[in-house]
Ligand binder design. Structure first.
Ligand code: F6P
Length: 344
């Protein structure tokens, strides 16, 4: 088969490991030829690509980012975008395309399959862990580890000064990183987009902790967390080139409120893109490798319009259409029945 690969949306650790796995499994097991489209859908529409063979993917397993580049955006952003994608398949004699993406890229891929019947298989990625249909996405485990390491370090400096540290992690629509890193790092409170928060409650928890004689608090907040309307100022976000709010900064408002209301000094730490950079954890390298191999097998079974996924520890395929622009939210039983027991 002649197989194209693209990486779409925000990068995450493990993308290169998937590319390597697709090339190894495709070339060695099936005699496939693999082509990497540069800069996501732009590379397909403009027919910009590189040949990927076993020699060219050596050393990629531990490397962060994506060697074929990524962008946010889709063929639907250009009037002739879909026609250009069709033309690329025809002119490059592509038998299949693997789209390695998050909710945005996979929703676009599903729409293309539905409208054009193009032979596409999806692979779910994102540090946010919010793709419907899979128990986990690669990149998430690495981001959680990075955020947890940061929280561990913040405990000692916070304790030395008896301060409140407000730690902002990524998580636009869902609070998976906040919940996991907050649990692993022993957070005083965790704030997630799924549950609007009342800053008065947060301050009460912090004050009660300090009254018990404890020093320092760590408040972990997902960038997309929202106060209950009317309870607190919310940042005025700019939008990015695809019209999404450029998040980051809710922690600043939260820290200001905590300082004013409790009298404890508060500091802000926004971990930001550090969570997306660098080498994947061993877990993510293995998950990426399993997903890459599974995508090749799915193409050879001609299971187009599907996405590889992890379900109960097994790699399976699910309909790509299930993604459908939705976000997989945090398991609220985990948040309410386990994580919150440790608040305060
Ligand atoms: O890829 C997901 C994500 O990391 C979100 O958590 C975050 O809101 C967004 O990407 C940031 O995007 P950008 O890199 O375009 O600023």
């Amino acid at each position: 088969m002649r197989i194209g690969v693209l990486t779409g949306g925000g990068d995450c650790p493990g993308l290169n490991a998937v590319i390597r796995a697709i090339v190894r499994a495709g070339e060695v097991e099936h005699g496939d030829e693999v082509w990497g489209f540069l800069d996501s859908w732009d590379g397909v529409m403009d027919q910009r690509f590189v040949r990927l063979d076993v020699a060219s993917v050596r050393g990629l397993l531990p490397r962060g980012g994506t060697v074929i580049g990524t962008r946010r955006g889709s063929p639907y952003d250009r009037p002739d975008g879909v026609e250009r994608v069709r033309a690329c398949f025809a002119e490059q004699h592509l038998d299949a395309l693997v789209v390695i993406g998050g909710n945005g890229s996979l929703t676009v891929a599903a729409k293309l399959v539905a409208e054009t019947g193009l032979p596409i298989v999806g692979v779910p990625k994102t540090i946010d862990n919010d793709v419907v249909g899979t128990d986990i996405t690669f990149g998430f485990h690495t981001a959680v580890q990075i955020a947890t390491d940061a929280i561990d370090r913040l405990h000692t400096t916070a304790e030395s000064h008896d301060r409140v540290m407000v730690v902002e992690v990524m998580g636009r629509d869902t609070g998976w990183i906040a919940t996991y890193a907050g649990m692993a790092g022993g957070a005083t409170v965790i704030l997630i987009p799924e549950i609007p928060f009342d800053i008065a409650d947060v301050c009460e928890v912090v004050s009660a902790r300090h009254k018990r004689g404890r020093y320092a608090s760590i408040v972990v907040v997902a960038e997309g967390a929202q106060p209950i309307p009317g309870t607190m100022v919310v940042p005025d976000y700019e939008t990015d080139h695809i019209g999404r709010p450029r998040l980051g900064g809710v922690s600043v408002e939260i820290a200001r409120e905590i300082e004013t209301r409790t009298g404890f000094e508060a500091r802000v730490v926004q971990i930001g893109h550090v969570q997306r950079g660098g080498t994947p954890t061993a877990y993510d390298r293995i998950l990426s490798t399993r997903f890459g191999v599974a995508a090749v097998e799915a193409m050879h079974r001609r299971e187009f319009g599907s996405m590889v996924a992890l379900r109960c520890s097994k790699v399976v395929t699910v309909p790509l259409g299930d993604v459908d622009g939705r976000a997989r939210t945090v398991d609220l039983d985990l948040y309410r029945d386990v994580a919150s027991i440790f608040f305060g």
